[in-house]
Design a protein around this ligand. Sequence first.
Ligand SMILES: *Cc1c(COP(=O)(O)O)cnc(C)c1O
Length: 502
Amino acid sequence: MKYNSTTDKNIVVSASQAIAQGISTDGGLFVPQEIPQYSLSDIENLTKLDYVGRAKKILGDYLDDFTAEEIDECVTKAYTAEKFGSNDPSPLSYQKYGDIDMNILELWHGPTSAFKDMALQILPHLLTKSLKKTSSGKEAVILVATSGDTGKAALEGFKDVDGTKIMVFYPVDGVSPMQKRQMTTQEGSNVSVCAIRGNFDDAQTGVKKIFTNKELVAKLEEKNYIFSSANSINWGRLLPQIVYYFSAYSELVNDGKIKLGDKINIVVPTGNFGNILASYYAFRMGLPINKFICASNSNNVLTDFIATGTYDKNRSFYPTISPSMDILVSSNLERFLYHMTECDDKKVKEWMTQLKTKGAYTVDENVKEKITSLFAGGFCDDDSTTKTIGEFFNEYGYLCDTHTAVAVKVYKDYVEQTNDRTPVIIDSTASPYKFSSSVLKAIAKDDELPDDEFEMVELLNKKSNVSVPKPLAALKNKETRFTAVVDSDEMPQYVLKTLGVE
Ligand SMILES: *Cc1c(COP(=O)(O)O)cnc(C)c1O
């Protein structure tokens, strides 16, 4: 199977090239030329496998220049019980909120307590194998822009991986104290972490600019380095996320919640549009999905896009209590538009150019209609997020983080407006302990709140009886290793300096 660039179909690469490069030379994103098709009996076969088995089947169908042994090695090394707490890295938790059934897909049982681990525990294996196939001997420099969770998950996935160096850029005031601590204390000999004066979009644009800076790329090539990406612009990030949608569906069937072939709804707290796009690929492969419900926080550019067909990032940016979704340029929407226009690379290029030059574009009426028939969008501000966490916990006994609460509230609104009771999967994307302060505020009294992050963790544990993820508890006694702060236009110099290249 080959991959094309979203903005130039004449660019054709293999799976391993797509993963090794991360982004196409023309600035477009790699998309599969064909989408594997699963019948109901294929899905029935998946229900009989464990997570590792499901992942091997799905990854194998997309990565046809990997051998079965290679896929096997990648998957079994990534999804261990040691790293994810059990053989099911993404357990479902069946909850009720009033009379609404909430089947919560907990995607945060990995080493960094956010759903990013689901892809970033396997990406280093996929990437090092891809590099061996495509650019023998080169050392990969992984550049990551993060709104908080990707950075830590990527650092943890790539630390001390031979043949790689990883650099993470985060907005200096745009991450939670726990997220910051997770990153600045990162161990490993090949890692570095740098704060950016600006927001996530500035960091992301900075990284994209480095990738497409021909002079810089050439300079590094001379020193035997090649850039790659661990952001969800990399196909190797997106592909592993398809697996948990098939896996969750299989578990719903196995648990008798649905019958094979029944349709489900999917609710995703969305930022860069990666996670929800993975569910769309699952749908295109044959997973019976009725509606995709795209949940945003106050940075509701996607809610407006789904409602109107106009994407307009010229608006206020709000730092919220769900910071991993504080994004105004959702990069993976580009892939979605490519598929929604039947692979019209010229259209996608035109819209992406308008986004760069004017900050806005409007899709054609037929594309808009297609999107609204499949997608519903909704958003939830910080006050409702807090109220939702409080109510879900106090009245119905389930503790969730701020991002998950956005999804829960948007879904609740959706059901109340539509009365669509199709069985649902709601993605839960982070452990509540990653955002202890905001979560505590929702369930405790103001005068109870401690100042210290780790005292908050203790209090949250005492109130909720939900156990604290071990790696988060261990951060308390770790030393800070990284303190650099730079402007986003200084990022190229930071990269050169860190690599010792002049
Ligand atoms: C990254 C992240 C999101 C957003 O996911 P996208 O794939 O970027 O849409 C939501 N919640 C949490 C906790 C995250 O870390």
